[in-house]
Design a protein around this ligand. Structure first.
Ligand code: HEM
Length: 231
């Protein structure tokens, strides 16, 4: 069997998009768990991130993540280009799905997957410039003070709003991704398919809410309520 042919076919591409999407979801769960340590305070947060970046395996993990992210995008762009090539004349009028069983028509969310995916990509680039390649503060112990960076970034309400809106877009992308992935993995069993779908959607909401809480929490830490005197 020629694997290259399998993975360049439409079904193979959809499978790879779903598989890489699943890895990205796992990354997000781990990233959220690490970021929630922010609530535990500066020492816990900075020591955790220092341990992470000083492990030589982090470079392998980062390269792997980059490759998975790139494959997810390249395969999606390939599918879109192919579907346009197969249908050079666009329909004069779009028809939206009216019911769940109306599979021949486009659903609102599948049409916006490309848009929400592009916004997610732009968010990730901005996010890396802000945090990974952002200002370098140091703690008295001589390690990077990411806690201070996060406090500084989210003292700006514009950044907080940007993150909260971006998380809404990402939830939308993951929510729809869950149903495409459940179909692509071929688990159309009447008991498992809906369960997996709802596990995926549940994770989408948990990830979105978890990440949206952090900028708001950080902003509120910066601005204690009136009447409270911090020593
Ligand atoms: C409140 C939301 C978030 C906060 C506070 C946050 C915080 C951070 C911080 C502090 C880093 C730098 C880690 C380091 O250099 O040691 C980082 C890296 C990163 N973040 Fe986030 N993050 C958030 C949401 C997200 C989301 C939603 C995504 C993806 C859609 C994401 C993707 C990444 C990636 C890819 C890296 C680089 C990882 C690496 O190179 O090891 N983050 N984030």
């Amino acid at each position: 069997m020629d694997l290259r042919k399998v993975f360049s076919s439409s079904i193979g591409s959809k499978f790879l998009i779903a598989l890489t999407g699943l890895f990205l979801l796992i990354f997000l769960v781990a990233h959220l768990a690490g970021n929630l340590l922010f609530i535990a305070g500066p020492d816990a947060f900075n020591e955790y991130s220092h341990k992470l970046v000083s492990n030589p395996l982090v470079y392998v993990a980062e390269l792997g993540l980059l490759a998975i992210f790139a494959l997810h995008i390249v395969k999606t762009v390939g599918l879109v280009v192919d579907s346009y090539a197969a249908r050079p004349q666009r329909y004069a009028k779009r028809k939206w799905a009216k019911s769940k069983n109306d599979r021949s028509r486009k659903s609102v969310s599948s049409s916006t997957m490309i848009l929400t995916g592009t916004i997610t990509l732009l968010f990730v680039v901005t996010h890396l410039l802000t945090f990974k390649f952002g200002a370098y503060y140091e703690t008295s112990a001589g390690i990077r003070d990411l806690y201070r960076l996060q406090l500084t970034v989210f003292s700006n309400p514009g950044y907080v709003a940007f993150y909260v809106v971006a998380m809404g877009v990402i939830v939308f992308h993951l929510w729809h991704g869950a149903s495409s992935a459940a179909q692509s993995f071929g688990v159309n069993s009447p008991t498992w398919s809906p369960r997996l779908l709802w596990i995926g959607r549940g994770l989408a909401v948990i990830i979105g809410l978890g990440f949206a809480i952090l900028p708001i929490y950080t902003f509120l830490l910066n601005t204690p309520p009136r009447g409270v005197i911090s020593i």
